[in-house]
Design a protein around this ligand. Sequence first.
Ligand code: SF4
Length: 449
Amino acid sequence: MSDLLILNMSKIKQNIKRSLKDEQLCSAVLNSCLRSSAKRDNTVDEIDDLPAARQTARTGRQRSLDELDILHKQFETSFKSAGGNLHYADTAEEACRIIVRILKRANAHQGVKAKSMVSEEIGLGKELVQAGIDAIESDLGEYIVQLAGEPPSHITAPALHRSKESIGRLFAEKLHIPYTDDPVELTEIARNVLRERYLNAEFGISGANFVIAESGHIMVVENEGNGRLGASMPKVFIAITGIEKVIPSLRDIPPILRLLARSATGQRATSYVNLLRPANNKEDAPDEFHLVFVDNGRRRTLVDPLMREMLLCIRCGACLNICPVYRSVGGHAYDSVYPGPMGAVLSNLLGKEPMMQPELPALSTLCGACKDECPVEIDLPGLLLELRARAKKPAFERIAAASWRWTMSTPTRYDLAGRMAKLSGSIFGGVLPGKGFLNKETSFRREIE
Ligand code: SF4
């Protein structure tokens, strides 16, 4: 590890030291990761031709990214014609503003939220609290970390750093009930609290694993039934997802689902695969059905030829479970919404500008286990190495590259840059290439607006 990276690691180093001193945390994280990886191996090995299955899933995801502009256009037509309200947010702040505005307009003050890493990414929980809106997490793991006032420590198992004893103490303290560490009793207690909240919920918010261009469906994969309840009981439902999550048709789901649950939890299939559409069943459907697409750096990543690969990610969490660094220190050490190998990459691609967490790529042994485990074969070690190289570049070079990517990421910005260059050209003789320079990835935004 270079001196530069060590010097920059003070906050992360403190987190790591704290994690390593916490024996309960270390043992809970390690045991959970070992169990998940073993379960993953058992069910993934059942697939006859695993290399072919992974290749099919990867190719499908790549095709979706290649055709993203067309797919967004198709989705917009099918979703809106079914009665859905579609929103696009360039930044995390804009996404939060849109959601708060929808809820205020609908006079919805309390509701339930199903698990969504994008909502964590945009900091929605804090924004809702500030707006006086009460949203309770309905996924058991998320409910536990919300009660504890902690961020999730894993993308699919938010409370994996906690033992049943620590959850028992937390419930006793926060819910004023007698202590128990029986997992069945603890689950029952959370269920009773949440049932009450569902009955009075004025809104439901959920992430979406994918959205389907051809049919306008939103796919939510889950195990607890909370996603389904949150989408059907309240009068307002809001789904949030990244702009990269559009896939062409329902036929594209099975190759991904075949690997997603196995890689994530070692299940052959999750308990629920919800395909939600506005007003597809009028009695059960909410009055308002919204989808918020979040960019937050994704378009910028789409035009980065090396980093674009990270947008293939299906958020299974298998790379976290196998990673020797994650297994040793857990998710909170990363100081980022997305931890582990995928988080060390993604945290440097998303947000206002790239490379906002330049020390994270150093948290890897580059053993390659993450790549071996990844269902869509993302070259995580290669991306981590590239980010390490970028982190060492002088600041002015990083800023110049970021400015170039920002300018090229939308036709409007590019046109504006062209006009400014023309203006400066009349003074200094400068020129920019013509409009045809834009590639198809950068054009989808203009198509859908
Ligand atoms: S990078 Fe691969 S293994 Fe890691 S969460 Fe994404 S899809 Fe899963």
